[in-house]
Unconditional design. Structure first.
Length: 528
């Protein structure tokens, strides 16, 4: 019990002593703040970057060390100078002139000025000053300064960025818009007035759908609402805009939802593109296509009628003309047999010429009918080996004239996509021509190969036969035009015309190169 009482007394005495010590320190601090100007300046410096003061003539009497830390300028070097004698960058600006005028009028000043520091960099300084008065007497200025360079640079960069953004937004030839969650317009660029005729300030705050054609509003409202509440990720639709003058323009609207930091919907952002010209072109093209389809149907009907007439003609040629020819040939043969002993050499020659003429006419009729059939026949394309067809034709020609010496060179594996039947007629005509016109050579040479010319494959049938003069090459593929008379080489003059028709139907080309006595080369493509 005794020890507890002693401990209580010691604790009480210790508390009283600590209280007296704290009161003494508070009194000393208060006396220092009121009587020590340097202590007050230090407190001001703590509240800003630096403090400063001037005398009656506006010469600096004190500049805080914070200026050195910010600009590199030595505060002691500024003492005795007036504010306008410092290295200000904008000493002739309206801001600086106003600042000096207010100082000379002994008015409170707050200005942001640009000063070049010791490192050559420009520092933006915010200066706040108040006149110091004692009993109505002006004693000078005192104030504080702050380096706001970072803030100014950031603000200017932000302003320049916003200006560039605004320039880009205003330069595009389409409407950029933004709506709130209720679908009302909150932003429009100037192109809105160009496309709609309404001023931007008149349109803001109104629903976007109010500017659409009445027939499109319900659909547009539904789609925009679904995008706004997140049911759709975006919308792309073609709508009709009704302008201020009542004109209807087609626009393509593209929009996406906008949300805040918490993911809450804040409306839509998107573009409106004027597609009226495209729509007009589409409608025009649709009308043109309809007209073209009508013309095609008419032309198809005419072509079918023409084909029927051609078929009738072919039938007439095949039946009606063959009958007289058969009669002429038959009676000529009867005369030759009955008057066998009574005919002289000249008469027998006449009868023989009559029979050969009828046979040649029959061959011409067959060639014409075949040419007409190839023109009408539909294409059935497939992929096959053209080299194999060429080999088959050569085997047939060797079987017909086994005594001839002919060297044949055929490149193997020349695959094509074409109509096999027509390709057989094509290759047979060219190979037979090469075989026929090289018949007078002791050793005939025929080749079939393919060459690559730019981005197309060119086939070539070459022989070392009689050749022809290129001056007459224009008539080479015309029906019944022959560059050699029938006494030299037999033929109807239809073969190359048939070849050209087949190649044209495959979208290809054919041409020839030759010199008299130096053979010929026929080049062709099949459009694949």
């Amino acid at each position: 019990m005794m020890w507890s009482y002693v401990l209580f007394l010691l604790t009480l005495l210790t508390g009283i002593a600590l209280g007296l010590l704290v009161d003494r320190r508070r009194s000393a601090a208060k006396a220092g703040e009121e009587g020590d100007p340097h202590a007050l300046a230090e407190l001001v410096d703590l509240a800003s970057d630096w403090s400063w003061s001037t005398d009656v003539s506006h010469r600096y009497t004190r500049v805080g060390e914070g200026l050195r830390n910010r600009t590199g300028l030595v505060p002691a070097d500024l003492v005795g100078l007036r504010p306008w004698e410092l290295p200000w960058v904008d000493a002739t600006s309206a801001t600086w002139i106003t600042y000096r005028e207010r100082i000379e009028k002994r008015e409170p000043v707050t200005r942001t000025l640009a000063l070049r520091g010791a490192d050559g960099r420009i520092h933006h300084l915010e200066l706040i000053g108040r006149p110091l008065m004692r009993k109505g007497t002006f004693l000078g200025y005192h104030g504080i300064g702050r380096d706001v360079t970072e803030r100014i640079v950031t603000a200017r960069a932000l302003q320049e960025s916003q200006q560039r953004y605004s320039e880009v937004v205003e330069s595009v030839n389409e409407v950029i818009f933004r709506t709130d969650p209720d679908g009302r317009l909150t932003f429009l660029n100037r192109f809105w007035q160009t496309i709609s005729g309404y001023r931007v300030e008149q349109s803001l705050g109104k629903p976007l759908v109010d500017f659409l054609h009445p027939d499109d509003r319900e659909e547009a409202q539904t789609k925009l609402a679904k995008v706004g509440n997140g049911e759709l990720p975006e919308c792309n639709c073609e709508l009709r805009l009704r302008t201020r003058e009542g004109e209807i323009r087609w626009i393509e609207a593209a929009g996406r939802p906008v949300t805040d930091m918490d993911g809450m919907p804040q409306g839509l952002a998107g573009t409106l593109d004027d597609i009226s010209s495209r729509k007009v072109a589409e409608l025009t093209l649709k009308n043109v296509n309809q007209e073209l389809e009508a013309r095609v149907r008419l032309r198809t009907a005419e072509l079918e009628a023409s084909n029927r007439e051609l078929e009738a003609f072919s039938y007439s040629v095949s039946h009606d003309l063959r009958a007289p020819l058969r009669a002429i040939d038959g009676f000529a043969r009867i005369l030759e047999e009955e008057l066998d002993g009574a005919l002289d050499k000249a008469s027998r020659g006449h009868i023989e010429r009559i029979r050969k003429a009828t046979q040649r006419m029959a061959h011409l009729i067959d060639a014409l009918i075949e040419l007409a059939r190839l023109t009408r026949q539909s294409l059935h394309k497939e992929t096959f080996d053209l080299s194999e067809l060429a080999l088959q034709v050569i085997d047939e020609l060797r079987a017909e004239e086994p005594e001839r010496i002919v060297e044949v060179e055929i490149t193997r594996g020349l695959m094509v996509t074409a109509d096999r039947t027509l390709a057989r007629v094509l290759i047979e005509n060219l190979m037979r021509n090469a075989w026929k016109f090289s018949a007078r050579q002791p050793v005939a040479r025929i080749s079939f190969r393919a060459e690559r010319e730019r981005d197309r494959r060119v086939f070539c049938v070459e022989d070392n036969g009689a050749g022809f003069d290129m001056a007459f090459a224009a008539n080479l593929f015309r029906p019944f035009h022959r560059l050699h008379n029938s006494g030299e080489f037999s033929g109807t003059g239809i073969g190359l015309a048939t070849v050209q028709r087949i190649i044209q139907r495959h979208g290809g080309l054919i041409w020839a190169e030759s010199k008299p006595g130096q053979g010929a080369r026929f080049y062709f493509t099949l459009g694949s």
